[in-house]
Design a protein around this ligand. Structure first.
Ligand code: SF4
Length: 203
C-alpha cells in the first residue's frame, strides 16, 4: 500500500469497509504462516523503570503504582507453568530496570532453558552491548525491542533518552544484531495515530 492509502485505513471507521480489510489481512496470514497458533507466555518480571516515556503507565515518574521485582524462583515457577500449558516460548519482560543485572538475567536464562527447554525471548529495554552478548551466550533466543514508532522525531518526543544516554534506535538495532540476537520489534499504532495531522505518517 502507498502512504496515503495506509493513512486512509488508519482513519477508517466504517465497520463494513474494515471487515473487508481484516479478511484481506487474514488471507495474507493464512498464506504466510498457515492455521497454526503459537502460544507465548509473557512474564512481567519487574515494573521498575528509569525511563520517562510519555505513553507509559509504569514510567519512572508514574505515581500511585506498587513497584515489584520477581525473584528467580517466582519466574522459574511461571516458566514451568508455561511449559505445562505446552507453550513454546516465554517472553521475559520488564521496564528498563537496573536492578535486573547482567548476571541475574544470564543465570535466569540458563535456568529457564535447563528446566523447561522453552525458547526465551527477552524484552528489557535498551541495554548495553555486553549485556546483550552475555544473554545471547546464556541461551536467549530473541530480543524484543518495543519502540512504538520508527519515526525518529516522534520516537525522541515520546521516549526521551536517559540522562547521558541516547535514543539512537537504528544504532541499537545494529548492536543487537551484532550481539547475535534475533531482534523483534513492536510498534504502537496509537502513537502513530497521535501524530496523524502533525508529521502525518510512519507508525
Ligand atoms: S522504557 Fe518501557 S517500561 Fe520504561 S517508561 Fe518506557 S515504555 Fe515504560
Amino acid at each position: 500500500m502507498e502512504r496515503d492509502e495506509i493513512l486512509g485505513w488508519l482513519k477508517e471507521l466504517d465497520e463494513s469497509r474494515l471487515e473487508a480489510l481484516w479478511a484481506q489481512a487474514d488471507a495474507v496470514r493464512e498464506a504466510r504462516v498457515g492455521p497454526e497458533v503459537h502460544f507465548r507466555g509473557l512474564i512481567e518480571i519487574s515494573n521498575h523503570c528509569v525511563r520517562h516515556c510519555q505513553y507509559c503507565g509504569i514510567s519512572a515518574t508514574a505515581a500511585g503504582i506498587r513497584r515489584y521485582r520477581m525473584t528467580e524462583e517466582e519466574i522459574l515457577a511461571c516458566a514451568e507453568e508455561a511449559k505445562a500449558y505446552s507453550y513454546g516460548t516465554v517472553v521475559v519482560q520488564a521496564g528498563e530496570d537496573p536492578g535486573l543485572t547482567q548476571a541475574f538475567i544470564a543465570q535466569l536464562v540458563g535456568r529457564i532453558k535447563e528446566r523447561t527447554g522453552l525458547a526465551v525471548t527477552l524484552s528489557l529495554g535498551e541495554r548495553e552491548d555486553d549485556e546483550l552478548r552475555s544473554w545471547k551466550a546464556a541461551g536467549a533466543d530473541r530480543y524484543l525491542l518495543r519502540f512504538e514508532s520508527s519515526d525518529p522525531e516522534l520516537y525522541r518526543r515520546i521516549h526521551p533518552s536517559r540522562p547521558g544516554g541516547s535514543t539512537a534506535l537504528g544504532g541499537y538495532r545494529g548492536r543487537g544484531l551484532e550481539a547475535g540476537h534475533l531482534l523483534s520489534k513492536s510498534c504502537d499504532p496509537g502513537a502513530a495515530g497521535r501524530m496523524m495531522g502533525e508529521t502525518g505518517d510512519r507508525p
